[in-house]
Write a protein that binds this ligand. Structure first.
Ligand SMILES: Cc1cc2nc3c(=O)[nH]c(=O)nc-3n(C[C@H](O)[C@H](O)[C@H](O)COP(=O)(O)O)c2cc1C
Length: 236
């Protein structure tokens, strides 16, 4: 979660039972850094690091987590217009996973063709492949489901074909307060890439619903935003 999930925050919540911790989202180039500044100006939290600091900053944050939690994989969720800065993050030596953000829906990010707007790029598969082919870390793609003008199942296949290791999907469905379980089921059945389901895991009963879709793993954001998780995920 931008502006929130730094090493300090993640070290506090990993003991609830998480085996992957995601830093960020971080903006990695001038257009996305400018967009982050505008988001901050209207009162939303964002990480705000200049270009010459961001790569060292991420490496230091990963160190801070690994010192305390040796068996946890650390991922960094990142935004950029071109693949190169994402490749540079994927080659940070202690980072396990670089996660390409095809998810943010803030106007400032979408208007520069980033975040969920990436899902509409004609060259999305090539964009992801360039990263997957040139990094030492694993690659995750975080996509938002049910974005108007996109076909989520088709994009899931495209991400699978791109050589990414994980499809992390926020299965948000407009007008519904739970994840689109049906879509998650369909995608899990249809693709071979590891699927990490996200959205509305806010109780043990929703953990159960999420797992029953067949996903390989799940992620939690808002339910842990306070630094406390009020339900047990270790029974599943
Ligand atoms: C304050 C806040 C900031 C977020 N920032 C990011 C981000 O930077 N990158 C990202 O991929 N998702 C971000 N998200 C989305 C969450 O990671 C997650 O996909 C979404 O909240 C749905 O999952 P949940 O129901 O577990 O909260 C953010 C969510 C919140 C509430």
């Amino acid at each position: 979660m931008a502006g929130i999930t730094n090493a300090d925050f993640l070290n506090g919540v990993i003991p609830y039972g998480f085996n992957v911790a995601t830093l960020g989202g971080y903006s990695l180039d001038s257009p996305t850094i400018e967009a982050s500044k505008k988001i901050i100006q209207r009162g939303r939290k964002e990480f705000d690091f200049p270009l010459d600091m961001i790569f060292n900053h991420i490496a230091n944050e990963v160190d801070l987590i690994k010192k305390t939690h040796k068996n946890v994989k650390v991922s960094a969720n990142v935004r950029a217009i071109n693949p190169q800065p994402i490749i540079d993050v994927g080659n940070i030596s202690n980072l396990d996973i670089v996660e390409i953000n095809c998810h943010c829906r803030q106007n400032e990010i979408v208007s520069i063709g980033c975040g969920q707007e990436m899902l509409k790029r004609d060259d999305l598969q090539n964009f992801i492949s360039q990263i997957a082919d040139n990094v030492d870390s694993e690659v995750s793609v975080k996509m938002r489901a049910n974005v108007e003008g996109t076909d989520s199942l088709k994009i899931a296949h495209l991400i699978e074909d791109s050589g990414a290791d994980y499809l992390h999907i926020d299965a948000m469905k407009k007008g519904v307060f739970e994840a689109d379980w049906e879509l998650l089921r369909k995608i899990s059945d249809d693709v071979d890439i590891k699927v990490i389901g996200n959205n509305s895991v806010n109780s043990e009963s929703n953990v159960k619903k999420m797992i029953e879709t067949g996903v390989d793993g799940f992620s939690i954001a808002r339910s842990v935003i306070s630094g406390k998780l009020e339900f047990d995920i270790t029974n599943f």
